[in-house]
Design a protein around this ligand. Structure first.
Ligand code: FNR
Length: 354
C-alpha cells in the first residue's frame, strides 16, 4: 500500500492522490489572459497523474502582477481562457486549483527569464504598492497603500475568487508567501505601518485574515480554501515559524482548509539552507501545532521521499514543482516505482513497459 496514492478529502472534494503541482508562473500571458502556451503546459501536466494542479499566481489587480506576462483575474474577459484550463485539468482526473496573488513591492519587473529589476514606464512598468515605502533590494521604492487602497485589495481578492469559481476551479490558494504583498504585511522587516495594519502581530496578520474572510465569504462552503505561507524569512528579526504557527491557528478558525508551507522570498540576501525536503519540518510543525492539513513543498524529487513524507505523517500532501517541469509524467512514474497501478492514458499504453 502506498500512502502517496491514497485519496485526500478536504470539505466535499476528494483528491485522487497526495501529489500536487504547485503554482509556477509561466510569464506567458498578454493582458493577464491565458493562451495556447498555458493550455499545452497545464494539459500535459494534468495527463501526468497528479491529483491536484494549482495554476500559477494570477494577479487580483493589474498592479499586482510580478511581470507584464502574469496571468490575471481582475476582469471578466480573463474568465474564458482560464475556464479552458480548468476543463483541461479536470478532464484528465486532476483537481483544478488557482493561486490568487498580489506582488506588492515585488511587482513590475521582467518575466522570470528576463532581468529582475524594475521596469520603466516605457518598458511597460508601473509603480508598485506595499505596506510601507521600503524597496525590495535592487527594486524601485514602492508607494505605501492608504486605508482605501487596502480595502480595495481585499475586495479584489474576493472578486478574483468569484471569477475563479465561474471559470470552474475547485480550490483557490491565497498567495501570502515569497515576499509578495500579504507576506510584506506579515513581516516586520517590510511592514513599518503605524495604523491597525502594522506593529503588533495582530495588526500585521490583519490584512491576510481580512483577505481570507472575504474570499471565504464568496467561496462555496463545500469547496476547500488553501493559503501559501512562507514559514520564515530566514532572517533574524523577521517573520518566523512561531508566528506562522500562531497565524495558522487563527486561519483554522477563519476557514482555511490546508496550508501550503514554503519559506523565504522577502529578503533576497537571506541565507537559505536549501536541500532535499528542507521545508518539510515547517509543514510538520504547523500540522502538529495548529492542527491544519498541510502541503510540503521544496526539493521533493524522489518517489520514495514523497511516499515517506506522507506515510510518516509529516504532511498530508506533497507538491512537486521543478521536477514536474522537467518530467510531466513524474506522478505516473512514481506510481510505478511504488508498485501502484499507474493510470497511463490509453493513447500511450503501447509505449509502456510490459
Ligand atoms: C515558482 N514558484 C512559485 N510559487 C508561487 O507561490 N507562485 C508562483 O506562481 C510561482 N512561480 C514559480 C515559477 C517557476 C518557474 C518556479 C520554478 C517556481 C515556486 C514553486 O511553487 C515551488 O514552491 C518551488 O519551485 C519549490 O518547489 P520545487 O520546485 O523544489 O519542487
Amino acid at each position: 500500500m502506498s500512502a502517496l496514492f491514497e485519496p485526500l478529502t478536504l470539505r466535499s472534494l476528494t483528491l485522487p492522490n497526495r501529489i500536487g503541482i504547485p503554482p509556477m508562473c509561466q510569464y506567458s500571458a498578454t493582458d493577464g489572459l491565458a493562451g495556447d502556451w498555458h493550455a499545452q503546459h497545464y494539459g500535459c501536466r494534468a495527463v501526468g497523474g497528479a491529483g491536484l494542479l494549482i495554476v500559477e499566481a494570477s494577479a487580483v489587480l493589474p498592479e499586482g502582477r510580478i511581470s507584464p506576462g502574469d496571468l490575471g483575474l481582475w476582469n471578466e474577459a480573463q474568465i474564458g481562457p482560464l475556464a479552458r484550463l480548468a476543463r483541461l485539468i479536470e478532464s484528465q482526473g486532476a483537481v483544478p486549483a488557482i493561486q490568487l496573488a498580489h506582488a506588492g513591492r515585488k511587482a513590475s519587473v521582467g518575466r522570470g527569464w528576463e532581468a529582475q529589476s524594475t521596469l520603466s514606464a516605457e518598458a511597460g512598468g508601473w509603480t508598485a504598492v506595499a505596506p510601507s515605502a521600503i524597496a525590495f533590494e535592487g527594486y524601485a521604492e514602492p508607494q505605501a497603500l492608504d486605508a482605501a487602497a487596502i480595502t480595495a485589495v481585499v475586495a479584489a481578492f474576493a472578486a478574483a475568487a468569484g471569477r475563479a469559481l465561474t471559470a470552474g476551479f475547485r480550490m483557490v490558494e491565497i498567495h501570502a508567501a515569497h515576499g509578495y504583498l500579504l507576506h510584506q504585511f506579515l513581516s516586520p522587516l517590510s511592514n513599518r505601518r503605524g495604523d491597525e495594519y502594522g506593529g503588533s502581530f495582530a495588526n500585521r496578520v490583519r490584512l491576510t485574515r481580512e483577505v481570507v474572510a472575504a474570499v471565504r465569504a464568496v467561496w462555496p462552503q463545500e469547496l476547500p480554501l488553501l493559503i501559501r505561507l512562507s514559514a520564515t524569512d530566514w532572517v533574524e528579526g523577521g517573520w518566523d515559524i512561531e508566528q506562522t504557527v500562531a497565524l495558522c491557528r487563527l486561519l483554522k478558525e477563519d476557514g482555511v482548509d490546508l496550508v501550503d508551507v514554503s519559506s523565504g522570498g522577502l529578503i533576497p540576501s537571506a541565507k537559505i539552507p536549501a536541500g532535499p525536503g528542507f521545508q518539510v519540518p515547517f509543514a510538520t510543525r504547523i500540522r502538529q501545532e495548529a492542527g491544519l492539513p498541510v502541503a510540503a513543498v521544496g526539493l521533493i524529487t524522489e518517489p520514495a521521499q514523497a511516499e515517506a513524507i506522507v506515510a510518516n505523517g509529516e504532511a498530508d500532501l506533497v507538491l512537486v514543482g521543478r521536477e514536474i517541469l522537467r518530467n510531466p509524467y513524474w506522478p505516473l512514474q512514481a506510481a510505478q516505482a511504488l508498485g501502484v497501478a499507474a493510470a497511463w492514458p490509453a493513447q500511450y499504453l503501447r509505449a509502456m513497459p510490459r
